[in-house]
Design a protein. Sequence first.
Length: 292
Amino acid sequence: AELVRAAPGPVRPYLRLMRLHQPAGTWLLYLPCTWSIGLAAEPGCLPDCYMLSLFGAGAVLMRGAGCTINDMWDQDYDKKVARTASRPLAAGDISTLQSFVFLGGQLSLALCVLLCLNYYSIAMGAASLSLVVTYPLMKRITYWPQLVLGLAFNWGALLGWSAVKGSCEWSVCLPLYVAGVMWTLVYDTIYAHQDKRDDILIGVKSTALQFKEDTKQWLSGFSVAMLVALCMAGMNCNQTFPYYTAVGAVGAHLAHQIYTLDIDKPEDCWKKFASNRTVGVLLFVGIVLGNL
């Protein structure tokens, strides 16, 4: 947020368009990449710092591109929702053409990052683009847009491993990917509860509207599935005690988050959503220590 405020006036709407003032989403995109890179490190070694920084840059750019695409699709909806009416496109701070050119710039830079990887990973990274582009349309079609977001947001769980190893070890990468998708269903359903009143009025769908009062049961189910998948991934690459301790800590954090959640208080939903960064960092630390 400080960075956006300190930026020159004409640049500010673009930084807000890529949500640099709300880094929670960038972290949630980046962390599954770090898990994958961490698990791919040789036993006794730290994760590859070059890969971690490369994926960090990629996460900022791709999350920015995703937000830009989202706002381009949604500008008419955003005008009708109090929380999103001040977004640069909805507020008219930048035109659709300007945002399109800006999107081209972000994707070009992201491509430069991708081209630093091996061929397998370049093909794999390119394959995720269809998910990034179609995700914003899903809330018009299905009550499960959070699932499509999960498929897009956790692609790094596959890509991190292949960037380090040259291909995917599916027995590790797939459970890790599934765990990430389940995690996204937890945090993004919580996020969606902030907007449910507006969503009903403008006719947009979400898991928050699908689950209604049963939200906590669903979130508990997704959390259990996440923990089982993480244990599978750990067993398939011979992870050690610190890893499983971290998985336990993740479980405790999610349980507390779900138990204390008030789905009718937008500020509580936002706080719980943003606290998921801790979940991802806990797991990353567990992976690194488990490897060492």
